[in-house]
Ligand binder design. Structure first.
Ligand SMILES: Cc1ncc(C[n+]2csc(CCOP(=O)(O)OP(=O)(O)O)c2C)c(N)n1
Ligand SMILES: [Mg+2]
Length: 357
């Protein structure tokens, strides 16, 4: 579609109006989450947050192309894909608070959810280390012949890491059912993409590994969905991997700990804000007669209430029990950890940062 939401009808992928509205809902949920959770971070109520603002089409358009048996191995900004696939909002918000309802018991950085039930692997903080995992999972799927596809996400920053090359090379040789989606938002914290690679595009790198590479407008949910669906179908039918580059822009800061005005020209950011994927998708939905202004207002109000309710419920949940510090690693807790746990339990409560026993 163009910047105003006008699409060539012959090239629109065939999905039902309900499907497109579900994709739009997933995109708006990311925006609502980003607004609310950033406010919470600024109020000191959560420690950290990373927005996906402006990348909603790349996140949800790609995730929507998967079947339920498929797996997502995310990079930094795809929590919205987890939500789209069924990660409960409360569980995600519990993860951000790191409270007793968090399945990871507060061990992960905020914004690193995971859900086995929705086939969404928790995020690897080490850039690109998730890509060999994605390829390995896809290779296992090929050996087991279980008809699943693995979608491995990465940022433009990941393309300079050795894990990127290892993963794509292995994928090219052994042809497991893996699809790589690079959200090229043109920044890796303060490093611009021009300092990341001398290749004219990220997509072109696929050529060297022996499989197709496609660059798509990452702010166009229709285009992202179409490209990823084609790649997923090909992978499922034994046609091997694809690298998709979704060209977008990180219109927000890298995270709540970053101030991009220190290192980039924010006038360029403004030109990308004007290409807002949600505004374009809403315009397209309106042209199709799938969504009117009142329906859109209702959707936003509903999602806003859902997020506020989930935050209110999870904020009052206490920290995970102290014993979770030594659980889930060893089948039986070794004596030295048991001793440490006993010692920690004798410390005054304020030294435990609110943790309870
Ligand atoms: C191996 C490694 N090096 C450095 C970092 C610190 N770091 C965290 S995010 C990031 C930038 C990632 O950029 P990109 O891959 O483009 O993803 P984006 O943040 O743009 O979504 C860096 C360098 C890290 N997490 N892991
Ligand atoms: Mg980036």
């Amino acid at each position: 579609m163009d910047d105003h939401g006008v699409a060539d009808p012959d090239r629109v992928p065939s999905l039902t109006p309900e499907d497109w509205l579900r994709i739009y809902r997933g995109m708006v949920l990311i925006r609502v989450m980003d607004e609310r959770l950033m406010a919470l971070q600024r109020q000191g109520r959560i420690g950290f947050y990373g927005e996906a603002r402006g990348q909603e089409a790349a996140v949800v358009g790609s995730a929507a192309a998967l079947a339920p048996q498929d797996w997502i191995v995310p990079a930094l900004r795809e929590a919205g894909a987890g939500l789209y696939r069924g990660l409960p909002l409360r569980t995600y918000i519990a993860q951000i608070f790191g409270n007793a309802n968090d399945p990871a018991s507060g061990r992960q950085l905020p914004c690193h959810p995971g859900t086995r039930a929705s086939h969404y692997v928790t995020m690897s903080s080490c850039i690109a280390s998730q890509l060999p995992h994605a390829v390995g999972m896809a290779w296992a799927a090929k050996i087991k012949k279980d008809n699943s596809v693995v979608l491995g996400y990465l940022g433009d920053g990941a393309t300079s890491e050795e894990d990127f090359h290892v993963a794509l090379n292995f994928a090219g040789v052994f042809r497991p059912p893996v699809v790589f989606v690079c959200q090229n938002n043109q920044w890796a914290i303060s490093v611009p993409v021009a300092h990341q690679t001398a290749s004219p595009t990220v997509a072109i790198k696929a050529l060297a590994y022996g499989f197709p590479g496609i660059r798509v407008d990452g702010n166009d949910a229709l285009a992202v969905y179409g490209a990823v669906k084609e790649a997923v179908d090909r992978a499922r039918s034994g046609g091997g991997p694809t690298l998709i580059e979704a060209l977008t822009y990180r219109v927000s800061a890298h995270s709540s700990s970053d101030d991009p005005s220190r290192y980039r020209d924010e006038r360029i950011t403004e030109t990308w804000r004007a290409r807002d994927p949600i505004v374009r998708m809403r315009a397209w939905l309106a042209f199709q007669g799938f969504l009117d202004a009142a329906g859109d207002e209702r959707l936003r109000a509903d999602l806003d209430a859902e997020v506020r309710d989930a935050v209110a419920a999870e904020e009052s949940v206490p920290a995970p029990p102290l014993r979770t510090l030594v659980e889930d690693v060893f089948a039986e807790v070794p004596q030295f950890l048991a001793d440490q746990l006993a010692e920690i339990a004798t410390l005054p409560r304020q030294k435990l940062g609110g943790a309870h026993q």
